[in-house]
Design a protein around this ligand. Structure first.
Ligand code: ADP
Length: 342
């Protein structure tokens, strides 16, 4: 059987003069979880609504290898759970199965299996109002999985959970989807959540799917500067700024290639904050401008002086003793080329 469950081809959806989704194509494989990340207003929710058939695209098509049916529909889970407050946890999870008139015995078995798997069996006879946010989220997910949806769509699924619970729930969801063999698409603006739970991540900006790939690939080989910027601090600089930095063998090898774009002074390069390092040096050609603590790491904003120019750089470092005004040298271990700007 084809491994592709669903294929979106060149989908476009506009609202009046707003192009919400522009020429989006993607293939969804059986059993995978894709997270679509992007800034607010990028078109993520619209894309989910098109998949759920709550909206229709002006152009393009959605092809299903196995179309959704009443028994196995596309299910959209919203951020605010939407549990039935007057039904117990068990009745909430059983709701879709009862509506589909499954045999009583099968309903009981499926509900019990889900309650066990989701760690909420002891809450079966309680009401949603008696549960914590994390437990309510589990009930909402268990209810959605109960009917074995053709595709599970999640819109900012963990928006109401605190940071630790978010990570735990994201990892848990990933395990559950694999265990129950469910294919899912989630939209989120929370990168950590997307990274821990997804098989592939798509970056949506201005209605376009700018990049889609495995998490590590999207992170380490960004398709463009604006896609890279969305996933963390990035520095951009002209290629001749490399002359003012220490370069790794990898960057040197790129520079030495025949017709290397890195030797054209105006080629725009960019790199992640962890691809740069700073070394304290009173005679260094860069000055620390700002120091920000971001958890384990320190993010330094550094000004590199070269020729008559100054270039701001973002550098992640474990070193936290450096003050604004201190002089440093900069090392670069990896760079990307911004093709459009060359
Ligand atoms: P995201 O989920 O990435 O925040 P949305 O898909 O909600 O983005 O919105 C994409 C764009 O489409 C935004 O500019 C938004 O204002 C617009 N939009 C979304 N839904 C509607 C609607 N029903 N009517 C008019 N404009 C809409």
């Amino acid at each position: 059987m084809d491994k592709i469950l669903c294929r979106l081809h060149n989908l476009t959806k506009t609202y009046g003069s707003v192009a919400a989704v522009v020429g989006v194509s993607l293939e969804l494989q059986y059993g995978e979880l894709i997270s679509i990340v992007g800034p607010s207003g990028a078109g993520k929710t619209t894309l989910l609504r098109l998949l759920a058939e709550l909206d229709t695209a002006e152009s393009g098509e959605i092809y299903f290898q196995e179309p959704p049916t009443r028994e196995h529909p596309v299910v959209l889970v919203f951020q605010d759970f939407m549990l039935f407050p007057t039904m117990t946890v068990a009745a909430n999870v059983a709701f879709g199965l009862r509506a589909r008139k499954l045999p009583r015995r099968e309903i009981q078995e499926r509900v019990q299996r889900l309650l066990d798997a989701f760690g909420i069996a002891d809450k079966a006879h309680e009401y949603p109002g008696q549960l914590s946010a994390g437990q309510q989220q589990r009930v909402a997910l268990a209810r959605a999985l109960a009917i074995r949806p053709r595709i599970l769509l999640l819109d900012e699924p963990f928006a109401h959970l605190d940071k630790t619970l978010k990570m735990d729930t994201a990892l848990f969801l990933r395990r559950m989807l694999h265990e129950f063999g469910i294919t899912a698409v989630a939209v989120t603006h929370d990168l950590e959540e997307a990274f821990v739970m997804s098989d592939r991540v798509g970056i949506m900006i201005d209605g376009q799917l700018r990049q889609l790939g495995p998490v590590d690939e999207v992170y380490s080989r960004p398709a463009s500067l604006d896609a890279a910027r969305f996933l963390g601090p990035v520095s951009s600089f002209p290629a001749d700024a490399l002359n003012a930095m220490e370069t790794s063998p990898a960057v040197e090898a790129l520079r030495q290639q025949p017709n290397s774009k890195l030797s054209l002074p105006n080629t725009l390069l960019y790199c992640r904050a962890e691809s740069l390092a700073i070394v304290p040096d009173a005679a260094g050609n860069a000055v620390i401008e700002e120091v920000r603590f971001v958890g384990v790491l320190v993010l330094y904003l550094v000004r590199l002086q070269f020729r008559e120019r100054e270039t701001p750089l973002h550098v992640f470092s474990l070193e936290n003793g450096l003050e604004p005004g201190a002089r440093v040298r900069v090392r670069v271990s990896q760079v990307c080329i911004e093709e459009e700007q060359v």
